[in-house]
Design a protein around this ligand. Structure first.
Ligand code: ZN
Length: 244
């Protein structure tokens, strides 16, 4: 089985379409989505419609929750708050219901899906110490997470007290070795922050025992134009060109 793993789409339709085209080219059978379909970008309904059409296993991210729960935006920066208030206004009833139906964690085969951390969906996993928080709660060999918009994986080997960290700003292949536990972040489809403006997603091949992180070019200028046309904050559009 080949799973396409997409996370942090953030209403960026150009990036989502390109990631799905490339995933289909690579023979993906099913999709897993790690949350934050909406927020920041100008195409929340189009992105929700596309993800719903995939019949994927989808969990909610903090932006998806904030988009349907007034008050949750108080934790956001002013620019992120402006985006989520706009998103709340434009979301269709069907897509609000879709976001309401999502749970914060799902199990798919040997893997657990979470947004930020297995300990709390809103926690950021950026260091080996933070990764250990998730790994202590992980019974199986593999979990996928998003939220940081950094493509990377952590690996905890037998006898090690801290996991090793492998950043993947240019993509890479993770071979899942027996006896190890892995936490894999496929990176952000629609708002990368690891210094590479290319979008990012992953393909988990259960027969080969690998997870490949794939970086891809997309028309970020089109995503920026849509954001300007929607009146969304300029800095949120500019960052798409910088990968920050
Ligand atoms: Zn996000």
């Amino acid at each position: 089985m080949r799973y396409g793993i997409i996370s942090d789409i953030h209403a960026n339709l150009s990036a989502l379409e390109e990631s799905l085209r490339l995933a289909a080219e690579r023979g993906v059978d099913e999709y897993l989505c790690l949350g934050d379909i909406v927020g920041y970008g100008a195409s929340p309904n189009e992105c929700c419609d596309l993800v719903r059409g995939l019949r994927a296993t989808v969990i909610c991210g903090n932006h998806d929750v904030a988009a349907i729960h007034p008050g949750r935006e108080i934790w956001f920066t002013p620019a992120a708050r402006a985006c989520i208030l706009w998103t709340r206004e434009v979301l269709t009833k069907e897509n609000r219901e879709f976001l309401h139906s999502l749970r914060p964690q799902e199990q798919v085969g040997e893997a657990v899906l979470c947004h930020g951390s297995l300990a709390d969906p809103d926690l950021y996993t950026t260091t080996p110490e933070e990764a250990l928080l998730s790994l202590r709660l992980l019974e199986g060999p593999l979990a996928f997470f998003g939220h940081t918009h950094f493509a990377e994986w952590f690996r905890l080997g037998p006898g090690l007290s801290l996991p090793e960290e492998f950043l993947q700003p240019d993509g890479g292949l993770c071979t899942l070795e027996p006896g190890y536990q892995y936490l894999v972040n496929p990176g952000a489809v629609g708002q990368p922050r690891d210094g590479n403006r290319q979008g990012s997603f992953a393909v988990w091949d259960t027969e080969a025992g690998t997870v490949e992180i794939i970086r891809f070019d997309y028309d970020f200028a089109e995503a920026q134009r849509r954001m300007y046309a929607a009146g969304l904050p300029e800095n949120m559009a500019l960052r798409l060109g910088l990968g920050i």
